[in-house]
Design a protein around this ligand. Structure first.
Ligand code: NAP
Length: 461
C-alpha cells in the first residue's frame, strides 16, 4: 500500500495522508465516470451551469475550514482568506458565457440545407492540478469542463492533498450527480498508465515543465487532447514615463505575494535608467514591510514556502547569482523567522545579468532581480531571452507603445500597468516551454469540446 503524504510547511509534520489508488480501482472509477457522462451531457446546459455554481457556493460556505487547511497544506497566510475571490470570479464569468460559447455555429438554414457546427464535450476530462493556487488553477478547467457536458476526474498535488477531495465534497453536497466529478488519489505511475491506456478524452495538466513532458510522453500515440499550462519567468519592464509608485506596488506584489509561488509571478524586472535608482529604493522599502511567519498567525503577511525543497531552489539560485556578482539589497536579519528551511526571507537582487540562472530559470519564490536598461530594444531582447512565455508586464502611459512592444514579446499575455492577474474573459495561454492550449474565455470552452459538423440536405433533387 503506497501512501501519499502532505508535509506541512508550517512545522514539517505530516498534515494529511491518503492511500494511493491502485490502477485497477482507478480504471473502474474512470469507467463509472464514462457511464455517468452520457446522462450528464443530456441535461440542459443551464442545469449543468447552475449545478456547478451551487458547488461553488457550497465551497464558499466551507471557508472557515478551507482557509486554515490551505495554510497547513501550502503555507498561505490565513490573513488573505483563501482564494475565493478569483475562484468565484472565474466560475461566475465562465457561467455567464457558457451559452454563447456552446452555441452552434449555423452556416445555412434554408429549405434545401441545414449546415452547422456544434460543440460536443470530449467525454472524460482528467485534471492534474498544482499546489500553488490549488483551487483557482483547478476551477479554470473544472467549471467549463463540467458546464460543457464533460465529466471530470481530478488528481491534486500531494502538497495540497485535501483540495480535490474537498472540492468534490462541496460539489456532491450541492447536488452534483454521482461519478460526474471524482477525486482520485493517484501516484505518477498510475496517472501515466491511465493516460497511456487512453482512459481520458482530454488531459489538462498545470504544473512544471518536467511534469508536462512526462504527461506528453504518457499520452504519446493515444491522440488524447492535452492542455499544458507550465512554468514561467515573467518579466516586468518599467519605461521612463511609468507611474513609479504604481509600478513598484504592483510589481513587488507580483514578485512576492504567495511567497512568489505564482505561475505568472514577476521574476525579473527591467527598469529604464532614469527611474532605476528610485525604483530599487522604493522596492526595497516595499518588500521590507512583510512580516514573515506562521501563516496561521493573523498578523503574518508572508508565509513559508510550500515545501522546504522549493525554498532550497530559491536559496541556491540566489547564492549562485551572488557568487557571480549580484548584490542582495534586503538584509535577511530583518526577517528573523527565516529558518534556513521553508521560512524564507524575500530578496531583491541587483547587479544581475542573464549569465545567472536566477534571471533565466524559474525561481518560484519571493525573490526578484532588477536590471537597468536604456532602450525598448534592449528591454525587449532581454524579455525574450527566455525559454518560457506566460506573461509580460509593461509600465508606461502610452498604450500604443505598449501594444507595439507587446507585438514583439513572446508570451501568451501582455499586460500594461498591471501584472499577475488572470482575466477570465481572456484566454490564459503560454508559448515556448510554458506549454500549449488555453483556458478561460470562450477558448477555454472550445478546448474542452470538439467541433461536430452537420450537413443535412433536405432535398434530393
Ligand atoms: P509539478 O511538480 O509539475 O506538479 C503539478 C501536478 O502534477 C501535481 O498534481 C503533481 O503531482 C502532478 N505531476 C507532476 N509530475 C507528474 C507525472 N509525471 N505524472 C503525473 N502527475 C504528475 O508542479 P508544481 O510544483 O505542483 O507546480 C508549480 C509549477 O506549476 C511551476 O512551474 C508553475 O509555474 C507551474 N504553474 C503554471 C501555471 C500556468 O497557468 N501556466 C499555473 C500554476 C502553476 P504530485 O504533487 O503528486 O507530484
Amino acid at each position: 500500500m503506497t501512501m501519499i503524504q502532505c508535509i506541512s510547511p508550517i512545522d514539517g509534520s505530516v498534515y494529511a495522508e491518503r492511500e494511493a489508488m491502485p490502477y485497477e480501482a482507478a480504471s473502474q472509477a474512470v469507467a463509472r465516470a464514462r457511464k455517468a457522462q452520457k446522462s450528464w451531457a443530456k441535461r440542459p446546459l443551464e442545469e449543468r451551469v447552475q449545478l456547478v455554481l451551487k458547488g461553488v457556493t457550497r465551497l464558499n460556505e466551507m471557508a472557515a475550514d478551507v482557509v486554515p487547511e490551505l495554510a497547513w497544506q501550502m503555507g498561505r497566510p490565513v490573513k488573505y482568506g483563501g482564494e475565493f475571490r478569483g475562484f468565484n470570479e472565474r466560475s461566475n464569468y465562465v457561467a455567464s458565457i457558457a451559452a454563447d460559447a456552446m452555441k452552434p455555429m449555423v452556416i445555412e438554414e434554408s429549405d434545401r440545407f441545414e449546415r452547422r457546427i456544434v460543440r460536443e464535450p470530449h467525454g472524460v476530462v482528467f485534471v492534474i492540478a498544482p499546489w500553488n493556487y490549488p483551487y483557482m488553477t483547478a476551477i479554470n478547467t473544472i467549471a467549463p469542463a463540467l458546464m460543457a457536458g464533460n465529466v471530470v476526474i481530478i488528481k491534486h498535488a500531494s502538497q495540497t492533498l485535501l483540495v480535490g477531495e474537498r472540492m468534490v465534497r462541496a460539489f456532491t453536497e450541492a447536488g452534483m450527480p454521482e461519478d460526474v466529478f471524482q477525486n482520485l488519489f493517484l501516484d505518477h505511475e498510475t496517472s501515466a498508465r491511465l493516460i497511456a491506456a487512453k482512459s481520458f478524452d482530454f488531459v489538462n495538466f498545470t504544473g512544471s515543465v518536467e511534469g508536462g513532458r512526462s504527461i506528453e510522453r504518457a499520452a504519446a500515440g493515444t491522440f488524447t487532447g492535452l492542455g499544458l499550462e507550465l512554468g514561467g519567468k515573467d518579466p516586468g519592464y518599467v519605461m521612463e514615463d511609468a507611474d513609479l509608485d504604481a509600478a513598484v506596488d504592483t510589481l513587488m506584489d507580483g514578485a512576492t505575494y504567495n511567497s512568489g509561488q505564482c505561475c505568472c509571478g514577476i521574476e525579473r524586472i527591467y527598469v529604464h535608467e532614469s527611474l532605476y535608482d528610485d525604483f530599487v529604493e522604493k522596492s526595497v522599502a516595499w518588500v521590507s514591510n512583510y512580516k514573515l511567519g506562521n501563516p496561521l498567525d493573523p498578523e503574518t503577511t508572508l508565509g513559508p514556502m510550500a515545501n522546504k525543497r522549493f525554498a532550497a531552489v530559491v536559496r541556491a539560485q540566489v547564492a549562485d547569482a551572488i557568487s557571480k556578482g549580484a548584490r542582495a539589497t534586503i538584509d535577511p536579519k530583518l526577517f528573523p523567522a527565516d529558518d534556513g528551511g521553508a521560512y524564507l526571507a524575500p530578496q531583491i537582487l541587483v547587479d544581475v545579468d542573464h549569465s545567472m540562472e536566477f534571471m533565466t530559470e524559474e525561481t518560484f519564490g519571493p525573490a526578484v532581480g532588477i536590471m537597468k536598461v536604456k532602450t525598448d530594444a534592449e528591454a525587449l531582447a532581454l524579455m525574450n531571452d527566455c525559454k518560457y512565455g506566460l506573461t509580460a508586464s509593461l509600465w508606461t502611459q502610452d498604450p500604443e507603445r505598449a501594444a507595439a512592444i507587446g507585438a514583439e514579446i513572446e508570451t501568451g499575455t501582455v499586460f500594461m500597468n498591471r501584472a499577475d492577474y488572470l482575466d477570465p474573459a481572456l484566454c490564459w495561454t503560454g508559448v515556448k516551454e510554458t506549454g500549449r492550449g488555453g483556458s478561460l474565455s470562450i477558448f477555454g470552452f472550445h478546448n474542452l469540446t470538439r467541433p461536430k459538423s452537420y450537413h443535412l440536405k433536405k432535398v434530393t433533387a
